[in-house]
Design a protein around this ligand. Structure first.
Ligand code: DQA
Length: 149
């Protein structure tokens, strides 16, 4: 069974209460339950990690290279300026999909730039919690097995 890791960056632990008009009203745990259940339906084991600290996200990416087949990453605001997270993604060989609940390109100017996008397989943004579900779909395709053919 393929193993995937979802990494949520800063402030995403407050999903449900944080700016619900932008990020939705579903809470963090229920979204994670949905992601994990969807992954399982598709025959993938999914684990969740969240941190508000840049270094912890980098450590987790390093660990993931040994024990997971792919990562779904919502780096939160680090997306826009963390060269350290970008370098960590570039350093590991497993595919990383960049995810955002909101459409970062339709928001504040500083959110239009993703410094991690060039080292990710692709970016999914603007579909609320479904952005994560689409990323699971994408990984099913990327990690491919006979069930996709
Ligand atoms: C976000 C978008 C970022 O700009 C923001 O800083 C977040 C959440 C999103 O999921 O839409 O924390 O990554």
């Amino acid at each position: 069974m393929k193993k995937i890791l979802v990494i949520h960056g800063p402030n995403l632990n407050l999903l449900g209460e944080r700016e619900p008009g932008v990020y939705g009203t579903d809470n963090f745990d229920s979204i994670n339950d949905e992601i994990t259940a969807l992954a399982l339906e598709k025959g993938m084991h999914c684990e969740i990690f969240q941190s508000n600290h840049e270094g912890e996200i980098i450590d987790e990416l390093h660990l993931a290279r040994k024990s997971f087949d792919a990562v779904i990453l919502n780096a939160g605001a680090y997306t826009h300026y963390s060269y350290a997270i970008r370098d960590a993604i570039a350093a590991i060989r497993i595919p990383v999909i960049e995810v955002h609940l909101s459409n970062i390109h339709a928001r504040d100017e500083f959110r239009h730039k993703s410094v991690i996008a060039p080292v990710c397989v692709g970016q999914i943004a603007g579909f609320g919690k479904r952005s994560y579900f689409l990323a699971v779909d994408a990984l099913e395709y990327i990690l491919g097995d006979d069930t996709n053919e």
